[in-house]
Design a protein around this ligand. Sequence first.
Ligand code: FAD
Length: 344
Amino acid sequence: METILVLAHTENDGSLAKPVREALHAAAMLHKSLAGSKLIVGLIGDNVQAAANAIAAGPVTKYFGVTGADFSQSRYATDAAAAEAVFKAAQATVVVAPATSRWARVLPGVAQRLGGRADTHVTGVAVADGKISVSRWYYRQRMEGALTRAQRPWFIGVDPGSQIACDCGAGIAVVEMVEVNLTDANKRTTVVGIREPKADAQTIRPDAQLLFVTGAGWTKKQADGQTHVPEAEKLILGFLKNSRASLGSSKSLVDLGGEGQAVLPFLSHLNQIGQTGATPRHAKGLSTCCHGEEPHTVGWRFIGERRAISLDPNCGWARGKADVLYVADAFAVVAKVNELLAAG
Ligand SMILES: Cc1cc2nc3c(=O)[nH]c(=O)nc-3n(C[C@H](O)[C@H](O)[C@H](O)COP(=O)(O)OP(=O)(O)OC[C@H]3O[C@@H](n4cnc5c(N)ncnc54)[C@H](O)[C@@H]3O)c2cc1C
């Protein structure tokens, strides 16, 4: 009989982020499919009552909490100690946790301490023949594998964006507090601040409906024999502002900066989509001024509907990689789209 523990950390304001609700949805599905199983939530943070209350109407049977200022920040030693203590209190066999940056670096280590196993980047969980099975992608998202494990405890890190978020509903939860004895060594690391781009410079938006991808063509010589980088910048930023799309890039375009060529200053390697870049999840994707080569399109694995604008009717997008290819000048198309978006 499985005891399923969802491990979660609260945000700075005490709330639960969407990836936690996604992990909870996956765990609740396991709980429902496994007769006699228990579903427990372990919350870690400065104060966890509000977070527990926010999901109290869901199928969870018991809540554990580790609270206090020492647990408000992301720190390996304290997070690992808290996770281990909650795990022992819950007497869990399976741990389901959102693969946030905070948990992703802690949970495999906790699994090791407890003699368990950890699977990362899980995008699906299911029960078949009474056994839990998880699926994940391999070889840069080209192959999907499903696996089961006899080993317990089993730590399952669920990739954010891969599940429906549990709409558990609010109520009043009774949280049983778990004491964690920390030593000074556990508290050696301190988070002194967070450096992040200004809100209007933040171009990566995982929750956006649309992924807008720019390619090297935006910086290439155009029909008049000239490059038009400032105009490209204006058009792309205008589109992002109006559509609230997330911004991706081909490798060629982000690499140009390192080669000293004129590029779009708001792009970094974090925007890169593909085999050596990211594989974001969005309902739709629009590629502009980009060839659609295989290493690039690997990054489009989880994009629902793919469209592209390229001047080249023989580009990779035309060979079956896009649902719709517009053979057109992206400067002209995006200028017109921006005009329509601004008017509407
Ligand atoms: C091991 C390996 C890993 C790689 N990993 C990645 C990766 O993770 N991500 C990635 O992106 N690439 C990756 N690449 C590189 C990839 O193979 C391509 O070289 C790259 O994606 C091409 O970028 P691009 O399409 O922007 O540029 P280009 O190939 O130069 O294409 C530019 C396109 O813009 C079009 N264009 C120009 N002007 C306009 C206009 N006005 N309107 C419309 N279209 C216009 C042109 O017709 C052309 O099709 C990898 C390569 C290797 C070998």
